[in-house]
Write a protein that binds this ligand. Sequence first.
Ligand SMILES: Cc1ncc(COP(=O)(O)O)c(C=O)c1O
Length: 404
Amino acid sequence: MITYANRIGRLPPYIFADLEKLQEDMARRGTDIISLGIGDPDFTPPSIVVESLKQALEEPGSHNYSSSAGESYFRQAVVDWYEKRFNVNLDVEKQVCALIGSKEGLANVGRALLNVGDEALLPDPGYPVYAQGATILSDANPVFFPLDPREDFQPNFSQMRVDGKSKLVFLNYPSNPTGAVADKSTLEKAVEFCRQHNLVLCYDNAYSETSFDSYRSPSVLQIDGSLECAVEFNSCSKMFNMTGYRVGFAVGNEKVISGLKKVKTQIDSGIPRFLQRAASAALNRYFENPLSKEREENNHVVKERLEILAQGLRKIGLKTSVPKATFYMWVNVGTDGAQFVRHLLNVGVVATPGGAFGKSCWDYVRFSVTQSTHRISDAVERISKLNLEDIRKAVPSPTWLACF
Ligand SMILES: Cc1ncc(COP(=O)(O)O)c(C=O)c1O
C-alpha cells in the first residue's frame, strides 16, 4: 500500500486550487463567473518582455540547462534594479539568487534553514506558503503572530513568543491579503528584533511595485543592519504581469542566499535562459519609457477598480477603504467569510474567504481586482443584489469548503 509522508498529512487543502476547480466546474455548467479570487493580473507583460523572449529563443544555448542560482546577466539586472530603485548595493555573486517565482524561494528557504521541530514565526493573516511550503514541508512548526486591524495590520514584536526553537520570521508588505503597507519603523523594529533574537527575517516584497499615488514601497534592505539577518523576496510576476513565466529572485544575507542556492542545486536546474533574458530586459528598462509610463497607468487602473469595488461594497453596508498598494481589498464582512463567499457565488462572483489566510480572519473576505474594469463594475452590480442582513443571519459553516 502506498502511504504518504506524515508531512503531507499535515497540509491543509490549498484553497486557491480548490477555488480554481470550483470555478471551472461552474463555467462548465454554463455559469458566467467573475473571478475576484486569485491574484493574477489581467494586464499583459510589457512588449519588451515578449520581444526579448522571441530574440532569446534564437540565441545559441538558449534551450540548454541554466544555472539554478541564475545566469550572471539576470543577477546583474537584479543588482542594478535594487541600486536604482532602493539605493541598495548588492554583491552579484554572494547576495542574489534567481528563483522559479518567489513562491519557490519562499518555500525552499525553509528547507535551507529549518530543522525538524524548529519554529517559524508567521503573520496571521498571511500568504499560506509561509506556513505550508516553507514550514510544514520542512517538518517544522508554524507559530502565528496576529496582525491587528486596529494597528494597521502591523506586527507587535513585544508580544511575539520566541524560544530556543524559533528560527525565522516571515513578513510581507505590501500585504497579501490585507493590502497594508509597512512604515519604516515596522521594518526597523523587525530588523532589530531579528538581530536581537538571532532570527532570519524573510521579507516578502512581491507587491513592491503595485502602489498608488505618491506611495512607494520600501525594501527591508534599506534598513541599517538588515544584511546581517534579512533576505528579501521579489519577482517579475506582479511587477511585469509575468505570473506564468515564473521568474523571481532573493537578495540579501550572504549565508541565507548561499543556503538557498545549495538547496536549489539539488532540486532544480534554473529558470530557462530565454525567460531570464526577457526578465532582464524588463528590469534593465524599468525606469525608462514606455515601461515606466505603462506601469504608472496600470497602477492607476488598479486603484480605479479598487474604488469602484469599495463603493459597491459600501452600498450593501460593508465598511471598506482603498489600500495604498496591492490589488486586494480586505473586507470584514461581520459574519463567516466562507458563508459570505457562498452568497457571492450565487450571484456569479468568486472571492476568497479570509480563513484561507489564517484563523484570526474567519470573518473577512479578500477581493482581487485582477479582471477588466468593466467586469469589476459588473461584479459590483451583481453584489448589489445581496442582502447583508440575511447573510449575517444565516448559520455559519465550520469550514469554508463545507459551504460548497
Ligand atoms: C505575498 C505573495 N508572495 C509571493 C507570491 C508568489 O508569487 P510568484 O511566485 O509568482 O513570484 C505571491 C503570489 O500571489 C504572493 O501573494
